[in-house]
Design a protein around this ligand. Structure first.
Ligand SMILES: C[S@@+](CC[C@H](N)C(=O)[O-])C[C@H]1O[C@@H](n2cnc3c(N)ncnc32)[C@H](O)[C@@H]1O
Length: 230
């Protein structure tokens, strides 16, 4: 087996610990230092692509749409969102860790076909939660047709503990306020959580659950919560 090479490390803001980027052969891994585990591996990315395919299905072929992707990771969801939207659309990607953006400008960027080079991609370096804080007062001022969230391994803080707040009912309602009419919030998860489905419903979303395989129709089953604004 090829040895694993450490390509970089980065501190997660707010005492979130350390992210490590490693490479083994053609495969890259981003993981949390210590026993906390892997956040993403380039070898397995079908469900990250599906997050954008499913979350953007309602805006297929529509002009001037706007999509928010939270976190960049290895860029698969961003690339898939760019593919799913038209030339006049914009895809904002929020990434908490500045080094992750830099890694994607280097060799890691090849994994997803260098989506950051697409002129429709706009990078927000910072916490995706900040983009939900400016409360919208009516639907005309809402920002996004789709919000695609994959910042943890599911609807609980994994990258950093205070990501837990993103999945609270208050935050889900705030996300709903940023969505345009018939907008969709799609959330990636390594597991299914019935309580979270109820939470989304309480926050005024209609919820559909999609199960997708991790790798080309094989491997682990991941969940995508498709929450449609009522
Ligand atoms: C699992 S990876 C995303 C994988 C991505 N879907 C892809 O296709 O490669 C999670 C990413 O979210 C970032 N992240 C974690 N918490 C965040 C937050 N609160 N705001 C923005 N980005 C965050 C992490 O640094 C990491 O890059």
């Amino acid at each position: 087996m090829n040895p694993s090479t450490l390509l970089g490390t980065a501190s997660i803001p707010n005492n979130g610990g350390v992210l490590r980027l490693t490479q083994r052969g053609n495969d890259f891994s981003i993981h949390l230092q210590g026993l906390r585990g892997e956040l993403m591996n380039s070898r397995v990315h079908s469900s990250e692509l599906a997050l954008a395919e499913l979350g953007c299905a309602h805006i297929q072929g529509r002009k001037n749409t706007k999509v928010l992707v939270g976190g960049l990771g290895m860029g698969f969801t961003l690339a898939s969102a760019l593919k799913a939207t038209t030339d006049s659309s914009e895809v904002v990607v929020a990434e908490l860790v500045p080094e992750v953006v830099e890694w994607n400008k280097g060799p890691l960027g090849e994994c997803a076909g260098r989506p950051l080079d697409d002129k429709r991609a706009v990078v927000h370096v910072g916490d995706v939660a900040d983009l939900f804080k400016a409360k919208q007062v009516n639907t005309d001022q809402a920002s996004y047709d789709a919000v695609l969230l994959d910042v943890d391994n599911g609807p609980e803080g994994f990258t950093k503990a205070d990501n837990n707040n993103i999945y609270s009912i208050q935050s889900l309602r705030a996300i709903g306020q940023t969505l345009r009419l018939r907008g969709v919030l799609a959330i990636w998860s390594a597991w299914y959580d019935q309580k979270f489905t109820q939470q989304l419903k309480k926050a005024s979303f209609d919820v559909e659950i999609k199960t997708v395989r991790a790798h080309k129709g094989k491997g682990s089953r991941h969940t995508i919560y498709l929450a449609k604004k009522r």
